[in-house]
Design a protein around this ligand. Sequence first.
Ligand SMILES: Nc1ncnc2c1ncn2[C@@H]1O[C@H](COP(=O)(O)OP(=O)(O)OP(=O)(O)O)[C@@H](O)[C@H]1O
Length: 359
Amino acid sequence: MSDARLRLALQRPGFTLDVDLPMPADGITALFGPSGSGKTTVLRCVAGLERARGSVRVAGETWQDDAQRVFLPPWRRAVGYVFQEASLFPHLSVRGNLAYAQRRAAGGPDIALDDVIALLGIGHLLDRNTHDLSGGERQRVAIARALATRPRLLLLDEPLAALDPARRGDVMPWLERLRDEVRLPMLYVTHSADEVARLADTVVLLEDGRVRAHGPLAATLARADLPFAREEEAAALLQGRIGAVDAHWHLARVDFDGGALWLRDDGVPTGRAVRVRVLARDVSIAIEPAQDGTTSIQNILPCTIAGLSASAHPSQVVVQLQAGGSVLLARITSRAADALRLAPGQRAWAQVKSAALVR
Ligand SMILES: Nc1ncnc2c1ncn2[C@@H]1O[C@H](COP(=O)(O)OP(=O)(O)OP(=O)(O)O)[C@@H](O)[C@H]1O
């Protein structure tokens, strides 16, 4: 059995945590929410570093169950913990740090150390002193060290936040590999919408210590009742595959449930699963199909209006568009929505001005 569920309740002056969360057996669950909403507290309670009331079940193991008076101390919980600043042992080399972690292996799924080293691309760093590493390298070693303890759950608390944007971009593909190649549930705290879009499978939105929303990534980002859709960078996420490449025009076609989009060809091979991010501000709406050859917009998708909701500014509305099994968001002026008499159920065409591969 590999179920995982967290039920945590905790009271501090001015703050109450009260969460009940099923967790997927693998993949990245992003914990997202304003500062002080309780993200780090959830991680600390799961690791046993802090004591909440409730229960913590991970991969079929019970780490806490108040009803049965079970509370395992942190060292008996098979968690790997990665923090914002990698806390590597300064007196040990990279190899020494990994060997130390391996000796403390916790009994989770066996991942050979060589595989961990290859997965994170740190083979050439093994004999290096840890303070000679770049920030991005330190984080990769920190993740490898966490994996070397054979955890059943990986906790990552803003692992990229201390890196500059370029270094963050360098480490992101390693996290994607981790997500795709290691069957391990991961709880990932972040403030970055980019990291959520690129890495998460499931999103949990925490507000004031409570779960405001919880669900699969694409569906949750597109929900009109959540703050995601109202942000300046509001975007829909489409999950698809590279269906074709037009070598002459350097374009790649991404096929998804609901249509296809032509994007800049970034060399991703045909057949590869990809995520595409479409910003709400880059989508406009037509209520008649465009005549061939009358618009510069290449990507026009037939869809149905699913709903309209307020935007951050009253001059604009966010329109949810259902295209097959996918949802797009369009941010348009309230005046345009009124002039077109947009209403749920109406047939429409989403004109996508630009879209980008997230990976
Ligand atoms: N050691 C502590 N003692 C008392 N209160 C604390 C402690 N740590 C955190 N808090 C409070 O508990 C609440 C939740 O904090 P937590 O660090 O979990 O939030 P967060 O969502 O991780 O925030 P951030 O995004 O800023 O890291 C906040 O009100 C915070 O001030």
